[in-house]
Design a binder for this molecule. Structure first.
Ligand code: NAD
Length: 461
């Protein structure tokens, strides 16, 4: 099939490459000429495992092209995907200027010769956007009866870091359209990725649009809920790891997404929770659960700071702090809304000298922190003379480090672990002070005994 993907960011690029991989002719369109030039040379501007090899193979085999000009791609393609940004506006609502702007552009390109088209929205957009896209296209048409087209909602559920796998082997594909013709085409397009027909979820446009927000809001709720449990564990002397296993073994709850930490970030959860809050309020309903999810998360991003203050005092002048992990989660270089950003900024504000390392997000981090921090290609180099280590992303390579080397390098062997990747008892045995989230009884140490051991340092195991 001939497919055009407008927007070649995380979503559009992965989709375009995977569709080319299954034999379709794909044209990626992006307004960023530098991105288009790099992609055309086979360079992936983001970090996504497995993507570059697939990009290069499909470019070489002629199934994939990139352009900055929608007018070049449009006439050739029957299916046109919109994978455009929908950032939060000032009031939290999703900003639809890119989606509606491209819809109008498509309307201007439509004519009698172009034939039937399906415009498919991959971006996460508020309920009703399919209608707005249809209206935007129609507003540009002189003879709408001569230009047959349908609009479909086909929300994206990929996880950054596992995006290729998620696209090639999806849990489900939601197709939101009441047009049978569009449904048939989309099912045909996705068929090579599907193991069973039940994984196609056919619905109307509005339900599809809300499904995406509901999925992300539910996942964000799980995270904020567990973070709240972790806070209670810290206060009550329970261990959140044990509580997590205790509840996760119940099938009705499930074991996934129950890990407390320094809060959710990334380009989706924060903005999607905000947008759904806005949608609820606009439609006359105050989404109380979502408001709490957001409030808990905003506090959680800074959860390590009081624990650090308890150890160092309010000023960090003269302290050298290492930070491992900057990306909002492992296996990506995405730092949008990453909890590392407010933490590093606060450390700098308190006068610390900050030394950072991330396996892949260093280039992106330079755009965020500039020259305010020192960047280290090797994680151990960041530890030299450090008065503490803060772990902000649970990269696999941080899970089993050489602790004796770390201890030898650090001036003060204390770890503030925002992702609970180490065992508190083991860390204590190794001679580290170890501060984590919701596990401060250090496996069996009673709260009273703990307060005697670390009275001036709440949270130190
Ligand atoms: P992104 O910012 O990585 O990519 C968007 C791309 O669109 C950029 O390359 C940009 O240059 C391009 N663009 C902007 N205006 C354009 C125009 N007028 N014409 C052509 N190209 C244009 O965004 P993303 O992360 O891929 O997200 C896209 C949408 O998908 C958002 O709505 C997002 O919420 C949703 N989504 C993202 C993810 C994710 O994990 N990143 C997952 C599911 C859904």
């Amino acid at each position: 099939m001939k497919v055009c993907v407008v927007g070649t960011g995380y979503v559009g690029l992965v989709l375009g490459v995977c569709l080319a991989e299954t034999g379709n002719d794909v044209i990626g369109v992006d307004i960023d000429p530098k991105k288009v030039a790099r992609l055309s040379k086979g360079e992936v501007p983001i970090y996504e495992p497995g993507l570059e090899e697939m990009l290069q193979r499909n470019l070489a085999e002629g199934r994939l092209r990139f352009t900055t000009d929608l007018a070049v791609a449009y006439p050739e393609c029957e299916l046109i995907f919109l994978a455009l940004p929908t950032p939060p506006g000032a009031d939290g609502s999703a900003d639809l200027q890119y989606v509606l702007g491209v819809a109008r552009q498509i309307g201007r390109l439509m004519n009698r010769q172009s034939g039937y088209k399906v415009i498919i929205n991959k971006s996460t957009v508020p309920v009703g956007t399919s209608d707005r896209v249809r209206d935007a296209i129609m507003s540009e048409l002189d003879r709408p009866d001569e230009c047959p087209f349908d609009v479909a909602s086909n929300p994206e559920f990929l996880k950054e870091g596992a995006a290729v796998q998620d696209c090639m082997v999806p849990d489900r594909v939601v197709i939101g359209t009441r047009s049978e013709r569009a449904q048939v085409l989309l099912k045909e397009l996705y068929q090579p990725f599907m193991r069973t027909d039940e994984r196609f979820l056919l619905m109307d446009e509005r339900s599809a649009e809300l499904t995406k927000y509901a999925a992300n809001a539910f996942l964000a709720t799980k995270i904020s809920f567990m973070n709240e449990m972790a806070t209670l564990c810290d206060l009550l002397g329970a261990d959140v790891d044990l509580v997590r296993k205790g509840i996760g073994s119940d099938d009705r709850i499930g074991a996934k997404f129950l890990f407390p930490g320094t809060g959710y970030g990334g380009s989706c959860f924060p903005k999607d929770v905000k947008a759904l809050l806005h949608t609820g309020r606009e439609s006359g309903h105050e989404p109380r659960i979502l408001a709490a999810v957001e409030a808990v998360n905003n506090e959680q991003k800074r959860v390590l700071l009081p624990k650090m203050e308890a150890f160092y005092g309010p000023s960090l002048v003269g302290k050298r702090i290492a930070v491992w992990g900057l990306a909002f989660k492992p296996k990506t270089d995405d730092m949008r809304e990453a909890p590392s950003i407010p933490v590093v900024q606060e450390l700098l504000r308190r006068g610390a000298e900050v030394h950072v390392h991330d396996p892949v997000a260093m280039e992106v981090a330079e755009g965020v922190f500039g020259e305010a921090v020192t960047y280290h290609e090797a994680n151990y180099d960041a530890l030299e003379g450090a008065d503490g280590l803060v772990v902000m992303t649970e990269w696999n390579e941080f899970r089993r480090p050489d602790f004796s080397r770390m201890k030898a390098l650090m001036r003060t062997p204390i770890i503030f672990d925002g992702r609970n990747i180490y065992d508190p008892k083991r860390m204590r045995d190794l001679g580290f002070d170890y501060v984590c989230i919701g596990r401060n009884t250090a496996h069996g140490l009673a709260p009273a005994a703990q307060s005697a051991a670390g009275a001036a340092q709440p949270g130190v195991a």
